[in-house]
Design a protein around this ligand. Structure first.
Ligand code: PLP
Length: 359
């Protein structure tokens, strides 16, 4: 009950610190008015609109090819399936809290009959030692940043070491880069420098880019050719994909250059929040536009505190607040355009209000 009230107030708050401005469906569709009269839709994955966007992405990563998917879930399962078939070994390795393991109803196991090896512990990134102790697999999935643990990242050198280790052993490297662009400012690397480390890459258009939905799988010609066949088999080859491609391409171009700004705001916001007693930030200093906030209080108490902050200051500091297994409150912050649109004094007043309420 409290959570319904809380979420309703978050939606209606005058100031939203997280994400991008919420658009109505009509606003979302306004982009279609900018198309030229002669522009024709894609048909079953072919046509100017889809091919131009796919080319943009393959060039970004300096790979031979790319294919647009309606979802990352479908794209990644297919990429791993292809690597397994190619090696004749139906086994892949990944972090225990990656999207495939906890959010996809075991699609990888049920649909593709692929066994999985969980690398490292739930609350840490996996390391080179975990790879060295791993049995042979067809592919290792790296998720950058690792969302469920606050968006942590290995250092660039660790990433080089781990991907090189896999390659030397004939193990394919797949990147779950749902939020990859969001962490490039931390690494100070280009997409093509990241592309060099991975055999296949997936990126999402509705996380930091804030589009409606959609994903791209990027790699060399062979895997992308096979991925298109699998997309067809699994019903992902929609008659027209342009309702997803057009906004994705538009927002990709508009927000690609803004990730550094979101990252700086995330660090500034995390620092402000960490000054409040009983609040801790994971990772302590964000390495992308996202981080997790942990409270030494129950979710119910934090929502009550936040309702008071919203009533007094009109600011929604957080979105949904969940309970951890230990019964404490936790929330995820992803910074987009909104943060920079709010005067800092308004943010500071809301933080101060939270401090007073919690003291
Ligand atoms: C890290 C990560 N990987 C994959 C996905 C799957 O994306 P989609 O919702 O497009 O299937 C998500 C979605 O939240 C994600 O966070």
């Amino acid at each position: 009950m409290i959570s319904e009230n809380y979420l309703q107030m978050v939606k209606q708050a005058q100031y939203q610190l997280r994400g991008h401005k919420t658009k109505s469906m009509k606003d979302e569709m306004a982009i279609f008015n900018t198309l030229k009269d002669c522009q024709m839709p894609d048909v079953y994955g072919k046509g100017e609109v889809i091919e131009a966007f796919q080319n943009t992405l393959s060039k970004e990563f300096n790979k031979q090819s790319a294919v647009f998917f309606p979802s990352g879930t479908m794209a990644q399962q297919i990429a791993l399936r292809i690597w397994c078939d190619q090696k004749g070994l139906m086994c892949v390795a990944y972090h225990p809290l990656c999207h495939l393991e906890i959010h996809e109803q075991d699609g990888i196991k049920e649909l593709h009959h692929i066994d999985t090896v969980l690398l490292g512990e739930k609350d840490h990134l996996f390391t080179i030692d975990d790879l060295k102790n791993m049995k042979d697999v067809a592919a290792v999935l790296f998720e950058l940043p690792q969302r469920e643990i606050g968006g942590q990242l290995p250092s660039w050198n660790e990433l080089i070491e781990m991907t090189a280790y896999c390659k030397e052993r004939g193990i394919r490297t797949h990147l779950d880069g749902a939020r990859l662009y969001e962490c490039l400012p931390y690494y100070q690397k280009t997409p093509s420098e990241v592309g060099e480390l991975f055999d296949s890459i997936y990126i999402s258009f509705y996380k930091g880019f804030g589009s409606i939905t959609g994903a791209m799988l990027i790699g060399d010609e062979e895997i992308i050719r096979e991925a298109k066949i699998w997309k067809r088999r699994l019903g992902g080859d929609l008659y027209h994909l342009y309702p997803y491609i057009v906004p994705a391409a538009d927002l990709f171009a508009k927000r690609k250059g803004k990730m550094a700004e979101y990252y700086e705001y995330a660090k500034a916001y995390a620092l402000k929040l960490s000054s409040i007693k009983g609040i801790s930030i994971h990772p302590t200093i964000p390495v992308s536009n996202m981080f997790h906030v942990h409270f030494n209080d129950t979710a119910e108490r934090v929502m009550t505190q936040m309702i008071d902050v919203m009533k007094m200051e009109g600011v929604a500091l957080f979105g949904g607040i969940n309970a951890t297994a230990e019964g404490f409150a936790k929330t995820e912050i992803s910074i987009g355009d909104n943060y920079g649109l709010i005067e800092e004094s308004i943010i500071d007043k809301a933080i101060e209000r939270l401090r007073i309420i919690r003291s």
